[in-house]
Ligand binder design. Structure first.
Ligand code: SF4
Length: 260
């Protein structure tokens, strides 16, 4: 299906056949995408074009490989002893919401095995299928790329309107979420906008933590390998001073702020 000029893989019938997910890769013993030790499923396909994307090879909605849900669940069950009380499975990307209907089935199967589910999403799509998936999502890791829509478009190529709608829906559902914010010097570290983000989200009761992810250039070689132009070449990681200042601003609004 084409929506707003973009291919929506889930409804197209092109990406998913039966109970299979188009994935990029699976990471075991992940400790960066949600609480505890987690198996992280990186799905294939994303409509954003973040200038700093560390995994540009996950953008192509026709890339990756199909993997059956039963195989993914089996791998998760095998690793369950390592998850402990707080770990589980995180689906990241790429953008998971592009395959939201099939992901709901995956999360139902994981819950049947007593496995915690987390979704790392940019909030690109909001419809009933998104809401259904979020019902099965124990923790939402919502990536807010920028508070200001013009800057958001410059950074990602698309609007942040749906991201805010997803956040609002999550808040209304009463289920927990973390916000994740990539801090890019000169692009997403403007103090005014950090305050505006804090003012807007500070009253949300479901936000348990805000994670600041310092920008890095670890994905540059992938851009070059794909023949894609990396536009942030001259931008370095944020200094300690910028990180501390940004974290201090967020701490005015949120109880738990973590710099990763
Ligand atoms: S949303 Fe994530 S996967 Fe998509 S382009 Fe941005 S950083 Fe890359």
């Amino acid at each position: 299906m084409i929506q707003n000029g973009l291919l929506i893989p889930q409804e197209s019938g092109h990406l998913n056949e039966g109970e299979r997910l188009r994935i990029h890769s699976i990471e075991t013993f992940g400790t960066h995408d949600g609480p505890g030790i987690r198996m992280v499923v990186f799905v294939q396909g994303c409509q954003f074009r973040c200038l700093y994307c560390a995994n540009p090879d996950t953008m192509d909605v026709t890339g990756g490989k199909f993997t059956g849900l039963e195989e993914i669940v089996k791998r998760a069950v095998d690793q369950k002893p390592y998850f402990g009380k707080s770990g589980g499975v995180t689906v990241s990307g790429g953008e998971p919401l592009l395959q939201r209907r099939i992901l709901k089935q995956l999360f139902i199967k994981l819950h049947a095995e007593g496995i915690n589910t987390a979704l790392d999403s940019n909030g690109r799509l909001i419809d009933q299928q998104t809401k259904d998936l979020l019902e099965e999502t124990d923790l939402l890791l919502l990536d807010v790329k920028h508070f200001n829509n013009d800057w958001h478009r410059k950074l990602t190529g698309l609007s942040n309107v749906n991201t805010f709608k997803v956040a609002k829906h999550r808040e209304e559902s009463g289920k927990p979420m973390w916000l994740r914010y990539v801090l890019v010097p000169g692009w997403s570290d403007q103090e005014d906008y950090l305050h505006q983000l804090g003012c807007y989200f500070g009253g949300f009761k479901t936000i348990r933590k805000v994670e600041i992810l310092p920008y890095h250039q670890l994905g540059v070689h992938k851009w070059e390998a794909l023949g894609m132009d990396y536009k942030l070449k001259g931008v370095g990681p944020p200094s300690e001073e910028i990180l501390n200042k940004s974290a201090a601003i967020f701490r005015e609004y949120f109880e738990e702020v973590q710099v990763n």
